[in-house]
Design a protein around this ligand. Structure first.
Ligand SMILES: [Zn+2]
Length: 147
């Protein structure tokens, strides 16, 4: 049986607050493409346990399930720090992009001149998203109430 979808989706906007909810939901994967250069990077932000910080990693190979490298950590106080054990240089474009995105999103600012795409899965539980509002927000209907 196919879920019944609304015929019309009310117009809604992805706000900086939505982005922050999605990115920090614990299990988010997203691709950011620069409007200037077209360069894109795919990041994962994981929070393995409720008490752990968020770990940011970047896709760095063709195996798009496993080729992620750790780049940095988002601490509970909202600061981002490049990982001392990261194999990615802090000066690498992917590491700079990670810092720019994370710091802006945590500060509640818009991501200007770039596109952000999630992979069609809930940023909290990883299940496939089907409801149009959830596809916009990147969070399933139940998970969005638990953040
Ligand atoms: Zn979910």
């Amino acid at each position: 049986m196919v879920d019944e979808l609304p015929l019309q989706v009310p117009p809604s906007q992805v706000t900086p607050a939505n982005l922050q909810q999605f990115m920090l939901a614990g299990n988010s994967t997203f691709t950011v493409r620069s409007g200037n250069t077209g360069t894109r990077f795919t990041f994962k932000i994981r929070k393995p346990k409720p008490e752990s910080p968020h770990f940011v990693s970047v896709l760095s190979g063709s195996d798009n399930e496993n080729a992620y490298q750790f780049v940095g950590t988002i601490f509970a106080n909202g600061t981002y720090s490049h990982g001392t054990r990261s194999k990615v240089s802090p000066e690498a474009p992917s590491a700079k992009a990670a810092r720019w995105i994370v710091e802006r999103v945590i500060a509640g600012r818009e991501l200007t001149n770039c596109e952000l795409w999630h992979e069609g899965r809930c940023g909290r539980c990883g299940r496939k998203l089907t409801v149009p509002e959830s596809i916009e927000s990147g969070l399933g209907p139940e998970c969005i109430t638990r953040i």
